[in-house]
Every structure is written in C-alpha cells, then in structure tokens.
Write a protein that binds this ligand. Structure first.
Ligand code: ATP
Ligand code: MG
Length: 443
C-alpha cells in the first residue's frame, strides 16, 4: 500500500478541467454518507478540505454502490475515479469512483461530534484530541501555529540569528524561586528548565553573536489560569553588542512580520476561524513603568505603589488605555524597578534603581519579557546575592562572564500567547496539541 496507490491528490488540489479523464485517487476520512436510494454521496475529508464522491445506482457496479452506502463515518478510505466539475460540491467537483478501498473502519458512536454542529467542552476535546483535530477549526489553529513558527524562523534567520538548543534537564534554577519541577537524574536531584536564559548568555561569551531557540519551558506554577501552561513553548533570542532598545525593535518587527505572513499564507485557516487580522503598526508604543503606574492609579480602584508588580487587573487597565490612545493592542513597558526584574537585567548606569528590562504586552496579557543583560561579573554576583540566591550554584554560568563577555540583550516570547492573542482565543489550551496543566498529564 504505497502512496502511489493510496493518494495522487489532496482534495483541495483537484481541478477537473486541468485533470480531464486522468484517474485521481484521494485518501482520507469518511466525513459524511448521504444515501438517497438511487444516488449516494460520500464526502471524503483530508487535511486540506473535502472531496465529494458521487455514486448513481443505475450507472455503477452494485457491489461498489453497496460498499459506499455502508461506510461508517470517520472510517479511512482511498477512492479512485474520474473528477467532474460540480458546482454544488465542496471544491467544485465530484469524483465518479471506480474503486473504494476501506483502509480502516471506525467504531461508532464517536467519542465526540466532528461536524461542528454540537460544541464540545474543551476537556472532552482534549481527551480525544485525535478526533478534535478532525474539525476544521482545530486544524486551522495548528496550521496557523505552524505558519507563526515558520515565519519566526525565517525572520530570525534573515536577521542573522543561529538556531540553537539548550538542555532541558538542569542542575540550577534559572531564576531561583519555587516554580521548578524537580526530577531524579540518576542519583542526583535535577530540574526541568524554566528558561534557556543562562545558556543563551553563555553562548554570547562563546561568540555566537546572535542566537535563537524555540523550545519547551517548564513552570511548576500552581495556578490554573487561561494563559498559563506548565509546559509552554518559548521563542527566545539573545544578541551581542546590543542594548534593550535594539532587541525591542527586533521583537516588534518580528511580531509584525509574523502577522503579515499568516495573512499571506494561512488565509483559508483564518477564514475557517472567522478571524480578520490586522498587522500591528510598528513601532509599538513605549510606556515607562512610571507612566503605567500613573495610568492605573488615575483610574481609581486599587492603588499601586512604586515597586509593585503589575497584576492582571492593572495590565488590563493599561492595555485598554493604550488601545484607546493608539488603536493598537501591542505596547512595551520599559524602565522597570530593578528589584522586580530578574537578577540578570542590567540596571541603568546613572540610576541603578531602574533596570533596562522591558515587557512587551498585548491588550489582554504579557507576551514577552526581555532586557539588556548584565555582562559585568562583579555586578552580576552582587545582583544574584541581593535576590537571595547563592552565586555558588551559578558558577557554571558566572565562569562565562570572566573571560570576555560582550554586552548583550535578549527576550523570550511565549509562542502560545502569541498565537492566542493573534486569534482571539481565550484559553491557551486551545493552541497546544497536548497541553500540560495542573490536572492534565495525558494524553
Ligand atoms: P506571567 O507574569 O504572565 O506569568 P512571566 O513574567 O512569569 O509571565 P517570563 O518568565 O517573563 O514569564 O517568560 C517570558 C514569556 O514566556 C512570557 O511573557 C510568556 O509569554 C511566556 N510564558 C511564561 N510562562 C508561561 C506559562 N506558564 N505558560 C505560557 N506561557 C508562558
Ligand atoms: Mg515576564
């Protein structure tokens, strides 16, 4: 059963005028069987769409007609025949079959509806993801996610970045704290890495100059929210001889490029989801942390003091404010208090209470955090200590700063948050094939 026997065309690739009398073979799932007595329609679905197979009882072999009538929905078939134009059929053609191969029969009833007529709960869909993916809207999300990652790779490669990979099993917490999953590594304790941060920086000392990584990050966050996963996909960059403003430009340009590419290459998927995308306008608005606090406090409600982190409610207030001012959803918050940014964020030389850390926000949530990093080893040690961490645990990292570390900057942006804000999806689990959250460890 080679591909040559089972499929010559995807359903969306058939144009009867071009093909003429040449035989075509499509392969996929039985989406629908409509048996009207004298005529039977079988709709076959593949990743690209649908193709209609039409059998007229009087004109076709009896055995073939009976095979078609008895097909169970969601069974896998391969159909060979001649394509004819048919305006009322999906993709504008119908196939008059010579042969229908039943490759795998589906059991019935199905664990969930695939026609989109009954809206299943997210949990039901995730429990039977293989069936959920047979829905057009679900496939559309993952087509777009593919397009997002492809665009990211192209953009960063064209901007001189090397794709790298860092270990996910590590001995030290990136930022300390409790949000780590401990694991057993032979007879030692180890952790699943919460971020490639420390490794990206070591690569700057190695002279790789500009690197990116697309990989999993693990966060043992206890909370069960619509925008947190315990295993997420992070798009990370690090660039030498750059400050925070340089990498902010790379970030906003990348986001705009990703939107453009999705519009250009995934229009059918956007349409299936009913999403009309606008490319965000660059440069994104830059708000200082002080401005952000003022926006929140001027609205009344819970007052923020200088040095407080911005909670979800504050982020929404600021996002709405920016949207009203600019009509745009994306913006930066810069000049954060050093104390609430990670130890590796560079303080401003003339005002060390402020750091060169930034967040890139969407109206609805944080998308990315970044900074110019500290490249001076003594300053780094003192920042590690003042965050209550032990520099000894960071020796493998600190070593890379003592023998020629260039100034550098970088950021990490959550792939899922980028996709969900783009599509207006409100639960992050919808944009991950097999999400890991507080309750879900399978499938
Ligand atoms: P938040 O405050 O929203 O929990 P964070 O500041 O802890 O995020 P960072 O450590 O700054 O997250 O990570 C950089 C980016 O990685 C975030 O802006 C986000 O897009 C993504 N990210 C981080 N943690 C998660 C998570 N648990 N689930 C999904 N995406 C995440
Ligand atoms: Mg952050």
């Amino acid at each position: 059963m080679s591909l040559a026997d089972l499929r010559t065309h995807y359903t969306a690739a058939i144009n009867p005028e071009e093909i003429g009398d040449e035989k075509v073979t499509i392969a996929g799932w039985v989406h629908e069987v409509r048996d009207l007595g004298g005529i039977c329609f079988v709709v076959v679905r593949d990743r690209t769409g649908r193709g209609q197979v039409t059998l007229v009882k009087k004109k076709i072999d009896k055995e073939l007609f009976d095979t078609a009538r008895k097909l169970v929905r969601e069974s896998v078939v391969s159909v060979t025949g001649t394509a004819k134009p048919e305006g009322k059929a999906p993709n504008g053609y119908e196939i008059i079959p010579d042969e229908i191969k039943l490759l795998n029969e589906s059991q019935s009833p199905l664990p969930m509806d695939t026609t989109g007529k009954v809206e299943a709960e997210l949990d039901t869909r995730l429990d039977s993801r293989f069936i959920d993916l047979r829905r057009e809207q679900t496939t559309a999300v993952f087509n777009i996610r593919h397009e997002v990652l492809r665009a990211v790779r192209d953009f960063l490669t064209d901007s001189g970045f090397l794709e790298t990979s860092s270990p996910k099993v590590v001995a030290t917490a990136t930022e300390g704290g409790t949000s780590l999953f401990p694991i057993t590594y032979f007879d030692r304790e180890a952790f699943l890495n919460q971020s490639p941060q420390l490794f990206k920086q070591i690569l700057m000392s190695g002279g790789l100059d500009r690197v990116f990584e697309i990989g999993p990050i693990f966060r043992a966050e206890e909370h069960d929210t619509r925008r947190h996963l315990n295993e997420a996909t992070s798009i990370d960059i690090e660039a030498s001889f750059c400050d925070h403003f340089d990498v902010m430009v790379i970030l906003e340009d990348m986001v705009a490029y990703v939107y453009e590419q999705v519009i250009e290459n995934a229009s059918a998927s956007l349409e299936a989801l009913g999403v009309e995308l606008q490319v965000p306008k660059t440069p994104f608005m830059r708000l200082t942390y002080d401005d952000a606090i003022e926006v929140v406090n001027s609205k009344g409600g819970d007052m923020l003091a200088w040095g407080d982190d911005l909670g979800t409610a504050a982020e929404h207030t600021i996002g709405e404010h920016v949207f009203k001012e600019t009509g745009e959803s994306h913006y930066f918050i810069i000049d954060w208090p050093t104390e609430i940014k990670p130890f590796y964020a560079m303080p401003y030389e003339d005002n060390p209470l402020l750091s060169k850390g930034f967040d890139m926000m969407h109206r609805t949530m944080e998308l990315s955090s970044g900074a110019q990093r500290i490249h001076i080893p003594e300053l780094l040690v003192s920042r590690i200590e003042s965050q209550g961490l032990d520099p000894e645990g960071f020796e493998f990292y600190l070593k890379a700063f003592r023998y020629g570390m260039p100034p550098h900057a970088g950021w990490g942006i959550g792939c899922e948050r980028l996709v969900m804000t783009m599509l207006g999806v409100d639960n992050i689990r919808d944009v991950v094939l097999f999400p890991r959250d507080r309750r879900r460890l399978s499938p």
